[in-house]
Design a protein around this ligand. Sequence first.
Ligand SMILES: [Fe+2]
Ligand SMILES: [Fe+2]
Length: 415
Amino acid sequence: MALQMTLKQQRACTRASSRQPFRAAAPAVRPRRCAVRVQATAAPNDLNNGLGFQTMRDGVKVAANETLLTPRFYTTDFAEMEELFSKEINPNLDMDELNACLQEFRNDYNKCHFVRNETFKTAADKVTGATRKIFIEFLERSCTAEFSGFLLYKELARRLKTSSPEVAEMFLLMSRDEARHAGFLNKALSDFNLALDLGFLTKNRTYTYFKPKFIIYATFLSEKIGYWRYITIYRHLQRNPDNQLYPLFEYFENWCQDENRHGDFLAACLKARPELLNTWEAKLWSKFFCLSVYVTMYLNDHQRTAFYEALGLTTRQFNQHVIIETNKSTERLFPVVPDVEDPAFFQLLNEMVDVNSKLVALDADTNTPAFLKVLMKLPLQERLASQLIRILFCKEKHCGSVDVAGSAAAQQLAF
Ligand SMILES: [Fe+2]
Ligand SMILES: [Fe+2]
């Protein structure tokens, strides 16, 4: 649906673009509109025949089944979250860094970045067969993850509005960004004739409960790992343009800066409540959440090597690079992180991939009777459980933000 921008909108977009910290990587076409719709529909066609996708109506895909490794929707104890950031309850809450983040969000650097052009649909129609299937799955997972962020941040903004208006505004502006990301991905899915009904998902998907502090650890990590994933794919495709099968990835350079800013805001939330970073409990949870995020991504991506290979990436190399870089970003803040550069770490992760792939293969096997599958899975599940326990005790690094008095890094500097 093409809408011409008014002169006022065009001027606003020009001003916003001139403030971009990086040059926009989008193709040089005249922007048509600033906002991106979250909802999308698509016309059916036969390129998807035989790929095994189900539709709930024409052009609208039935969402993939939820599993332990699929992106989730989250909810939390909003009253407890209010207590964490209420200035009335915490008059000494350090707002300096939070307010600096708020200013960054208000600048809205990517206001006019997510503008599509006619090359999207043409490129999507050229992606066929197994690559098309794996592309659609990647887009669906990414769209669901971005939309999950939108729902959580939007609800946090609504609930914190009275007790902590600045923090509420930051969550609102982050939900704005996530809505753009989810909308852009859903439009991409509609290029592949299989958009998601996000309204339906909102009402029907299971919401996982996390305590507020766990929400902050987990979202900080997922924003930072999202940043490293997007920028790594972007840089790889800049060096290997022949592997760019679809124009979506050209948008990742500015897009990932949104994720980086979101991560910085969540880091500022943690620093404003130093007890979330400098207690023995914080040390345990920091390492635990790093491991959960890294293991989930590693196992997930190794189930989908075809996607990364279609882009000319090596799944193992890509994942290890993303984990090492995310860990470097995280060790500036968290008091303890796993030592991912210890060779034993990735060796154990690779062993987990082997066991997990055998479990996945058993699940997919239609020739083996169900009761036999259960029996065959038992020793594999036992091995995976023991590997998970071993990874919890992997070598760790004591680190942390020097800004937080009492952190290991601050003590090292206190000479
Ligand atoms: Fe996002
Ligand atoms: Fe984000």
